[in-house]
Design a protein around this ligand. Structure first.
Ligand code: UDP
Length: 240
């Protein structure tokens, strides 16, 4: 089942269901892409029709942000739970370790993907690494990066280039990458590497993860103005 939040399609799935769908994708071995929708991303589609189209064509769009879950429920759609990208990646890594899926970590500053990968290997013993690559590159490196990813034949490709760069990069190269599950993961490697903290559980439960991020990264304040604009737009859309 799907719902729409400000016109953006979001799949109504639980975490368990999302993991099951991704495992099926891996079994089917066709290049597929997963997006994690939050309020900022949905607001970004308003001025970026390319991003809107990418989300429309994604193979799975999970309700990543508390704002998206709230908006869907406000419109009367029973979204069962939040499927945060960070948590989905952890579940996938656990599955990868037990089923032998190979994972490629692409993105983040120099050394961050390596550090995230080392942490993942510790936490999920047996995890098979396909490769790592930092996320700062010029157009002339791109061919090499794609060839490297293709040749290591990952089952899961985690791409941490930030929104919307990661979604656009994946949409452009999806077919040639030939990876069954590719997913844009934003700041996930920074958290896994221990460079950034995730909000404590009590804040996540109170839907205050945005406040934690704002306190930790005040530079995000401007970007985060999208959140109140999102709430106003959702309320406005229901009135019409
Ligand atoms: N990043 C990158 N290449 C770039 C721009 C950003 O690898 O050209 C990385 C950056 O180092 C960070 C992640 O992308 O690890 C973006 O994290 P953020 O928390 O901003 O994610 P978002 O909220 O955009 O999903």
């Amino acid at each position: 089942m799907q719902t729409r939040v400000l016109g953006v399609r979001v799949d109504v799935v639980t975490m368990d269901k999302a993991v099951e769908i991704l495992e099926n994708f891996i079994a089917e071995r066709v290049s597929r892409v997963v997006a994690t929708a939050n309020a900022e991303m949905i607001m970004a589609t308003k001025g970026d029709s390319n991003l809107a189209q990418i989300l429309e064509q994604a193979d799975l769009v999970v309700p990543d942000g508390a704002g998206v879950v709230w908006a869907a429920r406000y419109q009367g759609c029973k979204v069962p739970e939040r499927v945060a990208g960070y948590d989905l990646v952890q579940r996938l890594l656990a599955q990868a370790a037990s089923h032998g899926y190979r994972v490629y970590f692409f993105g983040g500053a120099e050394g961050v993907a390596d550090k995230a990968c080392q942490a993942a290997k510790k936490q999920y013993p047996g995890l098979k690494l396909a490769g790592t690559r930092n996320g700062f590159f010029s157009a002339k490196d791109e061919r090499l990066i794609i060839e490297e990813i293709r040749s290591t034949r990952p089952d899961i490709l985690l791409v941490a280039l930030g929104v919307p760069k990661q979604e656009k990069w994946l949409a452009t190269h999806l077919k040639e990458l030939n990876v069954p599950v590719s997913i844009g993961v934003g700041g996930t490697f920074d958290v896994m590497a221990g460079n950034m903290k995730r909000a404590p559980l009590w804040m996540q439960r109170l839907n205050l993860e945005w406040l934690f991020r704002l306190l930790m990264q005040p530079k995000r304040a401007l970007r985060m103005m999208a959140l109140p604009r999102f709430v106003i737009a959702v309320i406005g859309a229901k009135k019409h």
